[in-house]
Design a protein around this ligand. Structure first.
Ligand SMILES: Cc1cc2nc3c(=O)[nH]c(=O)nc-3n(C[C@H](O)[C@H](O)[C@H](O)COP(=O)(O)OP(=O)(O)OC[C@H]3O[C@@H](n4cnc5c(N)ncnc54)[C@H](O)[C@@H]3O)c2cc1C
Length: 348
């Protein structure tokens, strides 16, 4: 086990801000994860588990304890009851796995193409996009339980997946270190082409798109919104969507509609959001004076996506957080709704 000291974390995140980890371990096996946990306990160090760093804002001071970067590899596929079961190491790159599943003709995660980060990161906030979320295909999660140092297999129900949440980022936050995720996909299944953007992309096609064409469409749509990490596209130096779509009560919705009417505006209806009684955080941000491309110096809103806060180069975590708070304050003043951030804040 090689524990390094004062390792910069900014380059290990997609938004690229923040200070170093006091101690840093890259864990390639479950045994190394266990060693890391026991080291942090012996040294009384706070432990942070790092995946692909695509949903994080690390503070400028960094992390005072031990960071364990999960680098467990491996991908095994087997057939079971006409389903394709994939057991994937938590350290594998998510999009590589999606590419492999699509190449093998297995449906269920094609709309999640192009999401950055690791396989182990996907159950944490129940990653979702374009009408799919991993909760629909995760069969189980193998995790190291830091409560009693046992390795446990958690079934789908035990993970309590909801919109952008699971036990891993709510009730049991910090307890489990995910080692492997098992997905159950449909061999020969049809791609899901339900989300408006994807339907629009395929307008005029005479034949049904294949899984590979759907993956390609999703990646192109994402790239047009800088939601695909592309070298050279500085709008993709972000942590993805910075705010969750708020879920509102009927009373809040009425209040919001009244505020919109007073401004000669109408709250937009998106079937995918309506179903979950969510409203568009992007709309709220844009109608609070923060248009795409708006910014202060080294921090701004992506030119292609109103929900992405972007590091324009050399930004600090404090600048990102100050900008986030400015947006939250203005949206709350105008619309009476407090936007909740989506990324995880580390070391604040
Ligand atoms: C350009 C861009 C686009 C994005 N688009 C989407 C999108 O469409 N939909 C969506 O849902 N998300 C999106 N995201 C957010 C992000 O990619 C996902 O949340 C991703 O799953 C995070 O995984 P990660 O490995 O990078 O986790 P990290 O950012 O490293 O960590 C995130 C959290 O998960 C925990 N964690 C990570 N790995 C493990 C593990 N093995 N065991 C226990 N805890 C762990 C960390 O401790 C932390 O709390 C986007 C991000 C970017 C930058």
């Amino acid at each position: 086990m090689l524990i390094r000291e004062n390792v910069p974390l900014a380059p290990l995140t997609t938004i690229g801000v923040g200070g170093p980890a006091r101690y840093f371990l890259e864990a390639r096996t479950a045994a190394e994860v266990a060693e890391g946990v026991s080291f942090s306990r012996r040294q009384q160090l706070a432990l942070f588990v790092l995946g692909g760093g695509s949903n994080l804002v690390v503070s400028d001071r960094g992390w005072p304890g031990l960071v364990v970067k999960i680098a467990i590899s491996g991908l095994e596929q087997r057939a079971e009851n006409r389903r394709a079961i994939f057991e994937v190491g938590a350290g594998e790159e998510w999009d590589k796995f999606v590419a492999k599943a699509v190449a093998h003709g297995c449906a269920g995660i094609e709309c999640l193409s192009g999401i950055p980060g690791s396989v182990g990161g996907t159950p944490v906030q129940n990653v979702g996009a374009y009408g799919q979320e991993v909760a629909e295909t995760i069969e189980s999660v193998l995790a190291f339980d830091t409560r009693d140092d046992q390795v446990r297999e958690l079934c789908n129900e035990a993970c309590s997946f909801r919109y952008r949440t699971s036990i891993f980022n709510t009730s049991e936050r910090g307890r489990f270190i995910i080692l492997r995720v098992t997905y159950c996909l449909e061999p020969g299944g049809e791609p899901q082409v339900e989300y408006a953007d994807i339907k629009r992309y395929f307008t005029g096609w005479s034949e049904k798109p294949t899984l590979a064409e759907t993956r390609d469409a999703v990646r192109k749509i994402r790239a047009s919104k800088a939601m695909l990490i592309s070298p050279g596209d500085d709008d993709s130096r972000s942590a993805g969507s910075f705010f969750k779509n708020p879920i509102v009560s009927p009373e809040q919705y009425q209040e919001l509609s009244a505020r919109a009417a007073a401004r000669n505006l109408t709250i937009p209806n998106y079937p995918a959001l309506d179903r979950l009684k969510k409203i568009s955080a992007a709309w709220l941000v844009e109608h609070s004076g923060f248009s795409k491309g708006f910014g202060h110096g080294r921090v701004g809103i992506s030119r292609k996506h109103a929900l992405a806060i972007v590091n324009r180069g050399g930004a600090t975590a404090s600048e990102i957080v100050a900008f986030e708070e400015e947006i939250q304050r203005r949206v709350e003043d105008i619309w009476g709704i407090r936007l909740e951030p989506e990324p995880v804040f580390v070391g604040f």
